[in-house]
Design a protein around this ligand. Structure first.
Ligand code: FAD
Length: 391
């Protein structure tokens, strides 16, 4: 793909991973004439077909648009501005587009964004190698399984949470702050139109259920389930029955059902590297920190970090000034931690205890107190909206 791969060439930047972080970074580097190569473990079809995120924050849309990467989302993305909470005490809707800073989400499936980013990267003359697994990352050099080493002035680790770049930083003593939310979701993608015009969060004694639009014919649902559950234990009938109970369809009306396209189990865990790089190795996206999906922040942090890292690398390679790389860490980390704080708060709001003892009754009462505050306090609603859409 792109120019012929020559093992002797030193690139400006070797990018590991073709997810949102790696592809945004690659496009921004090419825009400024910085040569780079992306090494991706999976084949192109798998990269372009991986359904995950869908909610893009206003900041992400701005970055993508400013750098000529927003045509697809402008044409096919849908503005989303409301979310709905359901519980044993009824339901209420927040029009967050009218609250806080008045910002909204754009719903655009991650796999479509990845397809757009890849097409534009290739159009800009970028080089990418699919089916290329990086085994080890050292300063300015990566070792590829079954192939020659690839070298660059810098290596950008955008290879996700379990990638080689993070392992390399950890081996050099970079510490990680980590939290297990103790919650697991069955994440389901169904061939059916959205059932609600809003994002739906349902609080229930049997566990949380969530509804998120993706396209006009595909919807994502979440069901809190016990840790260690096998997706195979969840038949279509069981999924729809459990969604109906938790989303209280007897009270609020039926869901639009369809066949299940995909079901996976996600343990809600979060972590942040205390420093996203050093010397000639810098990380962005899930490689630099994993955030639980409870507030839909992961892909948005990936775009933020890729943009900041691109700026710093362009400066380092163009002006021989690596001060921007040092600032990359101090610039991103406070924003990353705000996103984590909000995500953590959302997780506490959505997941109450499911047992029935005195502690569980206390925990559930706190959950309802949080929800009630959000329902009745304009100040709380503004705070929610600012953090829900912001990055
Ligand atoms: C069910 C679910 C729903 C989500 N919903 C949302 C949402 O609505 N909004 C949101 O903002 N976020 C959401 N997220 C999070 C979001 O999908 C991730 O944060 C995002 O994909 C991170 O992008 P990335 O580029 O850092 O990593 P990834 O997308 O994981 O990309 C990393 C790439 O690196 C490649 N790779 C890995 N190891 C190697 C190696 N050794 N060598 C070469 N290549 C390698 C991988 O194959 C992959 O293509 C969700 C996540 C899940 C699981």
């Amino acid at each position: 793909m792109g120019k012929r791969f020559d093992p002797g060439v030193q690139f400006g930047v070797v990018i590991v991973g073709a997810g949102p972080a790696g592809l945004v970074l690659g496009n921004l580097l090419l825009e400024q004439g910085i040569d780079c190569v992306i090494l991706e473990r999976r084949e192109r079809e798998a990269v372009e077909g991986r359904a995950r995120a869908g909610f893009l924050a206003a900041h992400s849309v701005r970055v993508l648009t400013e750098h000529g990467l927003g045509a697809g989302l402008a044409a096919r993305g849908r503005v989303h501005r409301t979310c709905l909470f359901r519980s044993g005490r009824g339901e209420f809707t927040l029009d967050y587009g009218q609250l806080g800073r008045g910002e909204v989400h754009t719903v655009y499936p991650q796999q479509e964004l990845v397809r757009d980013l890849l097409a534009e990267y290739l159009r800009r003359g970028g080089e990418i190698r699919f089916g290329t697994e990086v085994e080890e990352v050292t300063e300015g050099r990566v070792r590829v399984r079954g192939g020659a080493d690839v070298t660059g002035r810098y290596v950008a680790g955008c290879d996700g949470h379990r990638g080689a770049a993070r392992a390399a930083l950890a081996a050099r003593g970079t510490r990680t702050a980590r939290w297990d939310h103790g919650v697991t979701w069955l994440a389901v993608l169904v061939q059916a139109p959205p059932s609600l015009s809003a994002v739906g969060y349902a609080l229930h004694e049997r566990g949380f259920a969530g509804h998120m639009a993706r396209t006009e014919s595909v919807t994502r649902y979440y069901l809190q389930c016990p840790r260690g559950n096998d997706p195979a234990d969840w038949s279509e009938d069981r999924i729809w029955a459990e969604l109906a109970t938790r989303m209280r369809t007897a009270e609020f009306g039926p869901l639009k059902e369809g066949s299940v396209l995909e079901k996976t189990v996600v343990d809600l865990r979060s972590d942040v590297l205390e420093r996203p790089g050093t010397g000639r190795l810098w990380l962005a996206g899930d490689a630099a920190g994993l955030i639980s999906p409870s507030a839909a922040k992961g892909a948005n942090l990936a775009v933020l970090q890729a943009e900041r890292l691109a700026r710093a690398l362009i400066r380092a390679l163009g002006r021989d000034d690596d001060g921007g790389l040092t600032r990359y860490a101090s610039d991103c980390l406070p924003r990353v931690w705000r996103a984590h704080e909000f995500s953590h708060w959302m997780s506490n709001l959505l997941h109450g205890p499911t047992a029935g003892d005195a502690e569980a009754r206390y925990g559930r009462a706190l959950q309802y107190a949080r929800l009630d505050s959000l329902r009745t306090s304009r100040t709380h609603q503004d705070f929610f909206a600012e953090n829900y859409t912001g990055i």
